[in-house]
Design a binder for this molecule. Sequence first.
Ligand code: IVH
Length: 667
Amino acid sequence: MDKQAAIARVEELHRLLNQYNYEYYVLDKPSVPDAEYDRLMQELIALEAEYPELKTKDSPSQRVGGQALDAFAKVEHRTPMLSLANAFNEGDLRDFDRRVRQEVGDVKYVCELKIDGLAVSLRYEDGYFVQGATRGDGLIGEDITENLKTIRSLPLRLKENVTVEVRGEAFMPKKSFEILNQQRSERGEELFANPRNAAAGSLRQLDPKVAASRNLDLFVYGLANAEELGIDSHSKALDYLHELGFKTNPERRVCANIDEVIQFVTSWHEKRAQLPYEIDGIVIKVDSFKQQEQLGATAKSPRWAIAYKFPAEEVVTKLIDIELSVGRTGVVTPTAILEPVRIAGTTVQRASLHNEDFIREKDIRIGDYVVVKKAGDIIPEVVNVLPERRTGEEEPFKMPAHCPECQSELVRLDEEVALRCINPKCPAQIREGLIHFVSRNAMNIEGLGEKVIAQLFKEGLVQDVADLYTLTKEQLMNLERMGEKSATNLLNAIEASKENSLERLLFGLGIRHVGAKAAKILAQQFETMERLSQATKEELLAIHEIGEKMADSIIAYFSKPEVTDLINELRSYGVNMTYKGPKAVSNADTDSYFAGKTIVLTGKLEKLSRNEAKEKIEQLGGKVTGSVSKNTDLVIAGADAGSKLTKAQQLNIEIWDEARFLQEIER
Ligand code: IVH
């Protein structure tokens, strides 16, 4: 085929493949057999191989074209991604309606299903999909464009050449979730707790091939810049999104009053189980954009919308046994082993029983029928017992007097409800401590899951956290399911963890009462392990966030000779013991250039986001404001700065470019 003919054919193939894809994934009404689709796709791939210049970014062949990334880039949302206030019953909905009508008079509401997935923001320029991001903190999210492209119902090209910012929910259908967990269980991999976690985990994969294999789907529910396009209501925006080629959820209704809303909500209580995807409630939005504007928003959520959350699903099943596990701090917790039962989309076999008192108060016996629910729809727990179903065979449960792992005597500390094993050599505690050390908020060593740790421990290769740094490739390759590649990756991850900033190590060591946040504050204040380990109680208490209990615990921890040995050992392996993050706002910072100054940021910064720049300045004692006035001390102007820069020039205010700013903050 000559080039001219190839151009025409490629165009035709794009059109056909997009149409078939749309019919299949958005409308759920395929018009051609799969084989025909595959044949056309192969033809397109062949033509693109012959004429690489015809391979465009929006080609239907490019859904899995992206390279694996090292990390996700940050994306600043042009319109913040707010979340919603919750309603839990009819009264909450009526209160919401009253507040709304008080402000704007008569309203129409749109009711939509609240899809249980992951909020995403999608940017299209001139009809082309250019960027997709997670919600993040609502202001800044992560760029997951390549992963989103793998969702077949996401249009790469719209039916009109418009520039739009669209919001929606990426999710994993129930069926895909079941298949995925089945495969994971066959491969001995950890299971996802629910479809939402699975969807989030899939979209946070750095390699788009993984996301592509996960069969995700997407409903869009909002158009951030609808009014620019002359649309005046949410229901019209949804219709327009559908016309552009997006998959919108058909189960929506415009309601004339709150009674109709309540009817919609109630009807979905029962019907939700029949849907092929999970929903966790109903979202109710004021339809008119003008009224939405009048109502406005709080810092966190709009006043024109509310999320009605379904009550947690409760089911009855039989309690077969009670198992005990010993945590990192020695606390022994009872777990109910249940006859498998489905709750809110997943099969549940274990549920929390909290502690001995809970079991006694509820009189929970082995063999009982119990009511189980998922707290926050995630962690299963036993709610109560059905004594009327007892046969007399049930056995009351008694906590043992000795640790199930090391047999040492269990104790109750102070006024605690929990029973603890206080043997510092208890293998369960050591193993759990290792798991904590490598976990995400601590040293964040990827590839060291619970199973690998358990094996390393069992084989005697690792007895304390320092031993992790002595592991060799040969040792790792002797473990089950550990190939050469995984072993190399794991060693690299362990090596990389040596460079972590001090707060990760501090948190990872598991000092009692020192959580991730406290670890960060301590690291910021003391900067080195050495200084922290010598801190006096007065010095610790001088820090606003540190109380008596934590101060005592820190002092007690560092006074143990085995802790000194452990830290020395870690240091000898090259583990970093200094704080690497931004400096604390302390008296020392009054000599920072920014201290006490009022600063305005304008234009586009290259190296930092606006928020990061603001944070830095605030850490150094400065104040960041939005507009330039005679009270402004300094304007930092990035690329394409506009009227704020002009005003600063007129007022003769000091102006820095980004390079000068970076130089100052890196000082
Ligand atoms: S509207 C400002 N509509 O629920 C309004 N949200 O806190 C933004 N969600 O993070 C949300 N289905 O991820 C809206 N039909 C729907 C939704 C929906 C699911 C999620 C969304 C948001 C959370 C609400």
